[in-house]
Design a protein. Structure first.
Length: 302
């Protein structure tokens, strides 16, 4: 096909989209909503993956000590801890330091803990133990629990298991959304282009009788479907990325504890913007072209 013919047919496709602007607007709107929902689910899944990696990197176990432990007992616990192989860091946290850490995690509500100053401090002294390899968790935890003077060992397996289950559920829901919303988008776009094809069915028949190829006839409709997909892709990516940028901005206003985690976990805009844009444009174009193919096929058989 000559370049001049291609330009003419492409213009015809855009012209058709303008002439059927009401249905085109409906198609763009439905596809935009589908892409937004799918994009939000995709970003949530990506950040859940980031959270999983973050949790796996936090190989920290908290070893709580008996509140009646004297200096000699504390020294004994310290020696026993440092004798265990596979530990990367062993850090002692006193009762007062534990209280201060809790205050810091509460942000502007830190004054609620002022009543625990002095003898009323309910927090236990503890050791924060960082493992060299998280795979040794099951082997090292029993050794920590067996040390005299240790009353409890807090292992972050429960949170990790919860995140794993949430991650699996989100993945299943995301895939389901892509399938269902993709099908809905194809149906709507197909109906839009089917109206255009139906209005021009006699013209298509004449073109077939004078020898026009299927590709020559299809191209304007493909341009229309792909244009709808690209417009929806641009709009939806702008909305999703704008909303995500607001989340990044306002995440700093979360309490200190959660704010620090979000700062480490949330993917940066520079990591995702181009992926979201490319994915939306590609998915929108694909849906538009598939919708076109399902609409025009039967009118080519004359």
């Amino acid at each position: 096909m000559k370049w001049s013919s291609f330009k003419y047919l492409a213009r015809q496709g855009l012209h058709n989209m303008i002439n059927n602007r009401l249905m085109s607007f409906a198609s763009v709107g439905v596809l935009t909503v589908c892409l937004i929902i799918t994009g939000v689910a995709g970003l949530f899944t990506a950040n859940m993956n980031s959270l999983m990696l973050y949790l796996r990197s936090q190989n920290e176990v908290v070893v709580y000590l008996d509140e009646n432990l004297d200096d000699a007992g504390l020294a004994s616990v310290d020696s026993a801890l440092r004798a265990i192989s596979g530990l990367k860091e062993v850090t002692y946290v006193s009762k007062d330091e534990a209280l201060d850490l809790m205050r810091d995690s509460m942000g502007d509500k830190a004054d609620l803990f002022d009543v625990f100053e002095g003898e009323e401090n309910p927090f236990l002294a503890n050791y924060k133990v960082v493992l060299q390899d998280v795979g040794q968790m099951d082997e090292i935890v029993p050794q920590l629990e067996s040390i005299s003077g240790v009353v409890d060992v807090n292992v972050p397996t429960g949170l990790s298991d919860l995140v794993v289950n949430i991650h699996k559920a989100v993945t299943v829901v995301s895939v389901g959304l892509v399938v269902v919303l993709g099908f809905v988008s194809i149906v709507v776009i197909s109906n839009t282009i089917r109206l255009t094809v139906f209005a021009r069915r006699k013209e298509i028949n004449i073109m077939k009788y004078v020898g026009a190829t299927n590709g020559f006839i299809r191209l304007p409709f493909f341009v229309e479907g792909i244009a709808v997909g690209l417009i929806a892709g641009v709009i939806s990516s702008a909305i999703v990325l704008g909303g995500y940028q607001l989340l990044l901005i306002y995440s700093v206003d979360f309490p200190a504890f959660w704010g620090s985690i979000l700062n480490d976990v949330l993917l940066g805009m520079n990591q995702i913007w181009w992926k979201v844009l490319v994915a939306f444009l590609a998915f929108g174009s694909l849906i538009g072209s598939v919708g076109t193919a399902t609409s025009i096929r039967k009118y080519l058989h004359v």
